[in-house]
Every structure is written in C-alpha cells, then in structure tokens.
Design a protein around this ligand. Structure first.
Ligand code: PA5
Length: 424
C-alpha cells in the first residue's frame, strides 16, 4: 500500500505533529489511551485465537459444501466488514454456488419478504452476528429467519444450520444460542464492532464466500509490523492520520472517500462507519462521505469541482485491478470511438482518474490524499483494514476524542424503544 500526499495541499508539515504522535503511539502500546478497554484489535493479528480460526474455516467449508444461501444477519460493525471484503475480493457478480445475502441491517418488511421469497426451496444457513445480542434490526430479522429455518428443516437440522457470533458469555443471543444448541463464535470483549472484521464477525462469512482468510491475517500481520514505528517519515498510517487533522485545520471538515471500482463501494461504507462512529463526538470531527468514480463524476463531480470549499478527497486506487479488457476496434466507427481501439479499459479508467485529480486539485483547489493498493487480493484487504484501524485510532486520539465508543447511537434507540413500547 502506498500513500501520496503530493496533491494534499497541506499548509503545515507532518513533522510538527511528531511529538504528539509519539505520545499517542506509546499510550496505545501501553494501553493508557482514551477508550483503552477496546484496543484488543491492536495486537489481534498476532494474538487471534488460532483454534477458533480453524473452526471458522471448517464451518465455512461445511456451509460451502451444503448450502446454496448463507444469510448473514447483522448491522453496523457486525455487517459492513464482511460485506466490504466479500464484494472487494469476489466482485459483485461472483460465479459461486453459495449466495451470500445480508439481512438484519434495516427494518424494511418489503426487503425481508423478498429475501424470504428468494430463499424458498434453497439450502439455507443462517449466521446471526451481534455482540450485544439486543440490536433491534438484527433481532427482528433473526426471529423471522429462525422461524423460517424451523418451518423448513427438522429441529436438529435447523439447529445445525443456525450459527451465532456473539459475546463469549453474556447477552441475550449467547443465552438463546446455548439454550437452542446453536454453534457459536466469539466476539472478543475488547474489540468493538467497527474494529471486528478480522474476528469471527467478518471471518466466518468471508471464509464461507470462498476467500482464504489466512491471507487476510497475513496482510494484517504485515501491516502490524510496518506500523510498529511511530516515525512520520515512514509510518503511512500515521501520515494519513495527521494529514486529515492538518486539512481539518485548513477548514476542510468533509472527507470524501473515492474509489474507481464498484466492487469497493462497500469498503467505502465500512470506512465511513469506522471514521464516522469513531470521530464524530463532542461536537468535533470530519464528516466522512463517499463517491464511486467515474459514476459519481456525473452526479457529484460538479459540487466537488466548484461547490463549497470545505472538502477534501481520499482516493483508494488499485494498481492492478482483477481484470482488464481490451477496447475493441470497429470498422464502421459510427460511434467515433476508434481513437481508443485496442486500448486497455483499465488504462482508460486511469486516464479518467488522472484527469480528475488534476481538475479537482489544480483547478478546484480540492486537496487529494491518494492511497494505492497493489491489488484486490485477500492479503491487500487485510493490510488495508489494519492500516485504517491504526490511522483512525491515531487521527481521533489527536482530536482528544475516545475513538472506541459510540454514545450518540443510543439516542435514537431510546426514542424508538419508547415508541415501540419496549419493556424496561
Ligand atoms: O461499531 C459498533 O459498535 C456498532 O456499529 C455495532 O456493531 C452495531 O450497532 C451492532 O451492534 P451489535 O453487534 O451489538 O448487534
């Protein structure tokens, strides 16, 4: 992974932050930082439970062999990571026998009914994922699909096909899973939802989709090693963390995450949760948004180019995309497109990207931070998520905000529970 700040239009030097970065880095290592109960993710690439990891692989294999559909039932940090990996690594239309369907991430009856219609007659597995075990969206969908399972399989078979990923000892879902003899996987106490994709939360669905999850862990391990040193000369996660803070000081309070691959749109959704939920507190923070180019150049491009000058872009590019296509020549050339004949479509996409960077940075004066992944492999995915974890923790701690809680999320829940008449 590479970071290029040459188009970031920074008016201060990263090195001015070195002392602060060193202190925060140390407070992460000695676990004295804000929110220190939730930094289990920091050494997880080395400390992860190897026995559980093997069990994840073998249950995933069983799902792949016996299932047509895996229903992944979860929301927020218990959903976005798995989907971001599965779409980035397998593409949007994978040629795989097992279909992954996401549910429990909203309350639309239409969506739920359409999923119920769609899975009829298929061999279904259900993985419910909830750390608290009480999340309304997940619990509503889970009860509906659990009933479906008991209506379509005998008791023992339904029990075999329902798998719960939740707290190791506490919570409603853990108690329910134990009472009904469902297999369970653990969400570690000290890892919050948005930092949990490389635990069973993400790894079971990702492995079931056919991805080699050992490669993801290898990518995380490499990033863990690369980001041990807090020097802003070499640590690109901390360079990104500091660059965001400098841009915020320059009045850039909106960050647009830009990808040029539609299969990475869910990576952007995952990134938005990571930074939005970690940073948006105490009246502070950069608002995280996202666009997929070149699609959104035809909808949001005008605003980025000439609208309010309060945003910057963070591009996540891929050096070697999964496929390429040669643009065909046509003897009639009625569409006047022969000037691109025999060119690679990836090259065309790259020229669009370079033209856009030039337009946004040099004409529009919109700062661009440019991240480049080597490819869309499982290793690169693992490296990338750990890069963003380290960058997010550093960037938010530089604001003197606890990156690992989300107190504001409770406000809507309280109102909703009152309206729904939930007993105390
Ligand atoms: O990052 C978070 O903590 C949240 O997005 C949670 O993951 C989300 O609310 C789901 O919570 P739970 O796993 O308890 O159902």
């Amino acid at each position: 992974m590479k970071l290029d700040l040459s188009n970031a239009l920074l008016n201060s030097e990263l090195k001015e932050y070195q002392d602060k970065v060193n202190a925060i880095h140390q407070s992460l290592l000695d676990k004295s930082c804000l929110g220190n109960d939730f930094i289990g993710w920091l050494d997880w690439p080395l400390d992860y439970d190897k026995e559980e990891f093997d069990r994840i692989k073998s249950v995933a294999e069983e799902i792949r062999n016996d299932g047509d559909v895996l229903l992944v039932c979860g929301i927020g940090g218990s959903y976005l990571g798995a989907r971001s990996a599965i779409e980035m690594l397998n593409g949007l239309y994978p040629d795989d026998k097992l279909e992954i369907i996401y549910t429990g991430n909203g309350l639309s009856a239409t969506y739920l009914q359409q999923v119920l219609n769609h899975i009829e007659g298929k061999s279904v597995y259900l993985n419910v994922i909830s750390k608290s075990g009480t999340t309304t969206e997940t619990a509503v969908a889970f009860r509906i699909f659990e009933k479906y399972m008991y209506a379509h399989y005998d008791k023992e078979e339904a029990q075999r096909r329902i798998i719960a990923t939740t707290d190791k000892a506490r919570g409603t879902l853990k108690a329910l899973a134990d009472a009904k003899n469902y297999r369970t996987f653990v969400i570690p106490d000290d890892i919050g939802g948005r930092f949990s994709v490389f635990t069973a939360v993400g790894l079971l669905p990702i492995a079931a989709s056919g991805v080699d999850i050992s490669e993801i862990m290898k990518g995380c391990q490499k990033a863990h090693k690369d980001f041990q040193d807090s020097s802003l000369e070499s640590n690109i996660a901390y360079q990104y963390a500091v660059a965001r803070r400098i841009l915020e000081q320059q009045g850039k309070c909106n960050e647009l995450f830009v990808t040029y691959e539609p299969s990475m749109t869910m990576v952007a959704e995952w990134w938005k949760q990571l930074f939005g939920e970690s940073e948006g507190k105490d009246g502070k923070g950069i608002f995280p948004g996202s666009v997929t180019f070149t699609t959104d150049l035809h909808s949001m491009g005008q605003f980025i180019q000439e609208g309010t000058k309060n945003l910057f872009e963070t591009l996540l590019l891929v050096e070697n995309p999964t496929y390429d296509i040669k643009f065909p020549s046509d003897s009639d050339n009625l569409d006047n497109m022969n000037y691109l004949a025999d060119k690679s479509v990836n090259w065309i996409n790259k020229m669009a990207c370079l033209g856009t960077i030039d337009a946004h940075v040099n004409t529009g004066k919109v700062p661009n931070i440019i991240l480049t992944l080597d490819d869309t492999s499982a290793f690169s995915y693992g490296y990338m998520i750990y890069f963003f974890f380290r960058a997010c923790a550093m960037s938010v701690l530089l604001l003197d905000v606890n990156p690992f809680n989300q107190p504001g999320v409770e406000v809507y829940k309280k109102n909703m529970f009152n309206l729904l008449g939930k007993p105390e």
